[in-house]
Write a protein that binds this ligand. Structure first.
Ligand code: UD1
Ligand code: UDP
Length: 350
């Protein structure tokens, strides 16, 4: 079978590193990089570190407004699909690259497989929620990572082609944790020791694109009196400059890091404070308390299980989370057995 995979943003490279590896042992895979992320430390580093095959095509779409970015992807993907004639198009998650990959296939009547289907924040103002809902409704195979994702699809009337395989990011952690442990130069480089710092990421558009929310977050981090390591997403860096916001000296702001360094930083941290989807899950995998600076989460099981606290973007609530949140319960198995990729392959082979 010929499977055409579309990736474009950082978390998709990590997911593909787990899944492509398995698929390629049995099928021909054509890998398309839309170019949504393009800085070396947002793209190339992942392909090199995680041994992801070089993309067969790079569309070089780059940054831009949603319509232009998604539309350019559609135009370029259509030409490739028509030449390659894949049996399946595989997409991950909820970015503009996900929607473009799925929509273009659907129009050409090529079956779509969606990995990380069924996630919902129930906030349609998020571009990610729009991308997820639309992609799910045009997918033929829907690989859900959690029980709540399966339930969400059922409630929208999607019952056919749904498979709960667990989370491919759990596969990725299991695959790369050892390698990451052996590459701990980042700790020395930053002159930090384990458990001495809080790891933070901020990039969600609903936080960066509103000066009040970003200001509240920066104030909380500046005031918390803790050492914070913050690999800064280029979107956030840009808005910090536009708004004239600055971090205090307790915050070690660094460039985005590769996945192996990121796992290292997560493993050695005391707590994790984030608005990222993937990092919330990784906090759970690493048994680190997670404070989520959003109004809701798609990863509801991590909250129900007591390991993730949703604090929104109110300065005092973020501070309270940073200073006082302690997980109460033992962890339940939420994300499967770490063989989501193998299960996806089995379904594709059916
Ligand atoms: C995108 C996804 C988001 C995902 C995130 C992962 C959409 C709508 N959003 O958000 O769901 O969580 O990726 O990180 O698809 N930029 C650079 N260099 C790069 C990439 C981006 O400087 O290599 C800057 C540009 O100023 C760009 C901005 O970051 O305009 C935002 O990039 P974009 O890909 O549009 O959205 P993300 O915030 O990265
Ligand atoms: N990540 C990384 N380097 C960084 C920040 C994040 O490798 O500097 C990894 C992180 O470990 C996780 C993924 O990127 O695997 C999450 O991506 P991101 O937060 O950009 O997007 P989201 O998951 O919110 O869509």
């Amino acid at each position: 079978m010929k499977i055409l995979t579309v990736v474009g943003a950082r978390p998709q490279f990590i997911k593909a590193a787990a899944v492509s590896n398995v698929i390629r042992k049995h099928h021909k895979e054509i890998l398309v990089h839309t170019g949504q992320h393009y800085d070396e430390n947002m793209s190339k580093i992942f392909f090199e570190e995680l041994n992801i095959p070089k993309p067969d095509y790079n569309l070089g779409v780059g940054s831009g407004r949603h319509g232009r970015q998604t539309g350019t992807m559609l135009i370029k993907l259509e030409e490739i699909y028509e030449v390659e004639k894949p049996d399946f198009v595989l997409v991950y998650g909820d970015t503009n690259s996900t929607l473009a990959g799925a929509l273009c296939a659907s129009k050409l009547l090529i079956p779509v497989a969606h990995v990380e289907a069924g996630l919902r924040s129930f906030n349609m103002e998020m571009p990610e929620e729009q991308n997820r809902v639309l992609t799910d409704h045009i997918s033929n195979l829907l690989f859900v990572p959690t029980e709540s994702a399966e339930k969400n699809l059922k409630e929208e009337g999607i019952k056919k082609g749904v498979y709960n395989v667990g989370d491919v990011m759990f596969d990725a952690i299991l695959n790369f944790k050892k390698l990451a442990e052996s590459k701990n130069e980042i700790m020395e480089k930053l002159s930090i020791k384990g458990k001495e710092y809080i790891l933070t990421t901020i990039h969600r558009a609903e936080n960066t694109n509103h000066i009040d929310r970003l200001k509240n977050i920066v104030n909380a981090l500046n005031k918390c009196g803790k050492t914070i390591v913050l690999p800064l997403h280029p979107r956030t860096k840009k808005y910090m400059m536009d708004y004239g916001l600055e971090f205090n000296e307790n915050i070690k702001v660094i460039e985005p890091v590769g996945y192996l360094e990121m796992i290292n930083l997560e493993m050695n941290s005391q707590k994790i404070v984030t608005d990222s989807g993937g990092v919330q899950k990784e906090a759970f995998f690493m048994k680190k308390p997670c404070i989520t600076m959003r109004e809701e989460t798609e990863w509801v099981e991590t909250v129900e299980n007591g390991w993730n606290k949703i604090v929104g973007t109110d300065t005092e609530k973020i501070l309270d989370g940073i200073l006082n949140f302690t997980p109460l319960s033992k962890q339940k198995n939420i994300f499967g057995d770490g063989n989501a990729s193998g299960k996806i392959l089995k379904v594709l082979d059916m």
